[in-house]
Design a protein around this ligand. Sequence first.
Ligand code: 13P
Length: 316
Amino acid sequence: MFPPAKYGFSKTDVCFNSFHYVILSCRVCMPYITVLRRYLHPCISHGYSNNDYRNNFDEERYVMALRKPFVAGNWKMNNLVGESLALVEALKPLVAGVAAVDMAVCPAYTSLHAVGKALAGTNIQLGAQNAYVKESGAYTGEISPKMLLDVGCAWTIIGHSERRHILGEADAFLNEKLRFSLACGLKVMFCIGELLEERKDGKMESVLERQVVKGLEGMTAADLDNVVIAYEPVWAIGTGETATPDQAEEVHVFVRNLIDKSFGADAASKMRIQYGGSVKPENASDLISRENVDGFLVGGAALKADSFAAIINACA
Ligand code: 13P
């Protein structure tokens, strides 16, 4: 029989003690539950856009938002080591207080080591512009993810249009590079974008779909946690001609839907999609104000500390 009389408890004792423990547990757990609800709820709810966060939440909560803006500077084949160091030293104080934006610079290989050291302990991450599909060996002129990690890279760019169109890198090879970089522990900015003729001929969506589907082939939703997609229309790169906020938003929605189809709604809502192509301080605010523009991959304007910092600050 319950309660066992031999322990000297009556039914009333047991009920009272249980009630007491329930109350005690609630009092101990409540502050934690409140904190968790406060911070986790906006993160797991998919109903908010970045703009809703800006309007409705303080900075601390915005930092916890689902898609934190990510602005990266692709320095391409520019800057000797001394120039690279001067650029990051000038940039550091201009963005030191920015917590609401993830940021990275991607120097040429020869500057990675020095810039990596200069960035240690700052809020600016280091990225490379490319990575090969082997860890080491007889691959003259190539660089491995392991080497990039060794000099402090957290990121690499894969699939930039200049590598697709000037160096002839095809979708299957880029998919191999993307997967190998992730497997080695690098995060990847994966670039896609249509040529002007493809846009004019009405082929934009099929080109982007091919690049996304083939580029991400064989990957899981969990892999995508370490991937950012950079939409860079080739006609806007280095031309001074920027996609309008409407054009960028339209493509970013299209790309997000592709991710949804292949990897599910959760992966799609978490995926950060950067825009790249003649981003400048003058157009950054309008572009980032669009719901599906989650940051920028910046070329020319990233080569000057003040213009790159102004673009970062436009996203904060
Ligand atoms: P621009 O900003 O110079 O147009 O370059 C964009 C780009 O290619 C970034 O990867």
